[in-house]
Design a protein around this ligand. Structure first.
Ligand code: ZN
Length: 274
């Protein structure tokens, strides 16, 4: 028994040291929602809202995800930990290093397997600051048929004359039909090229934009375009596709849209986000 006290002291001492070490890691790694920087706080709130909106609209439900480039460090991005979008709250938002696609917090939680979609697009495209990956059904139809998904209405403008399609069969690192490696992510970003959308064969799509509100609007717009294109094709009639002049934005339109942010505010309201 004489040895019991030092032994217990050692065990408790080790536990106390371990607890102190965890506490120091936690305090050294402030989560994005704990930041005092107003830009970071706004980015986290917007990303939370985007998760709620896209979940409410059925665009990303059990799977799929949305991210933004960090407003304070362009080499980092913000994305939820691995969690279904309807359940995401601000405290779930993590900060990842884009080059490694790993959490800046080495003790961080489990991440989405397909986070490489986001990292690789940000790496390849400095003009893109928001990415949405989804599995909406009508988009998937166009990822497996020979007819291109192309712009035929205003909301589908990013489709142009036909969205490119990425095929995992062309990727060296085999991760099933999932973009679950840097290799697969880089291959997807290359397929996207200079556009703002790429379809994933038998899987879904990735949409990028200069800002989050635009990315959210466009991911809903292309699914609507896909739905209406299928209906138009079913009539058997020739289709009048969108024309480049349809998308010439006047100065006044730009000013009104930027000033009102009408669609984003409407979507937030519908999804019950304050
Ligand atoms: Zn996916």
């Amino acid at each position: 028994m004489r040895n019991a006290i030092p032994l217990l002291a050692t065990v408790f001492g080790a536990a106390a040291l371990a607890a102190a070490s965890v506490a120091s890691v936690a305090s050294a790694q402030t989560l994005p929602y704990q930041s005092t920087d107003p830009k970071m706080k706004a980015a986290v709130d917007d990303l939370y809202a985007a998760n709620r909106i896209l979940a409410f609209e059925g665009v990303i439900t059990g799977a799929g995800h949305v991210s933004v480039r960090s407003p304070t460090n362009p080499a980092h991005m913000l994305i939820s930990r691995s969690l279904a979008p309807p359940q995401v709250v601000p405290a779930d938002i993590q900060e990842l290093d884009i080059a490694t696609c790993q959490n800046v917090n080495p003790k961080g939680p489990l991440l989405y397997q397909e986070r490489h979609i986001h990292c690789s697009i940000y790496k390849a495209r400095p003009d893109i600051n928001a990415v949405v990956h989804s599995h909406t059904p009508n988009i998937i139809v166009f990822s497996v048929i020979k007819t291109p998904l192309r712009a035929m209405m205003n909301g589908g403008r990013i489709l142009g004359n036909g969205a490119p399609i990425h095929d995992m069969a062309d990727v060296k690192t085999k991760t099933a039909n999932l973009i679950a490696s840097i290799d697969a992510g880089d291959s997807l970003a290359a397929a996207m090229g200079k556009g703002n959308v790429v379809l994933l064969r038998g899987h879904g799509s990735a949409v990028g934009a200069a800002d989050l509100h635009t990315a959210v609007g466009n991911v809903m717009g292309i699914e609507e375009n896909a739905t209406l294109q299928l209906r138009a094709m079913a009539t058997g009639s020739p289709i009048t596709w969108s024309k480049p002049t349809d998308f010439v934005q006047t100065e006044e339109i730009t000013r009104v849209l930027a000033g009102e942010d009408r669609n984003w505010n409407a979507e937030k309201f519908r999804a019950g986000v304050k």
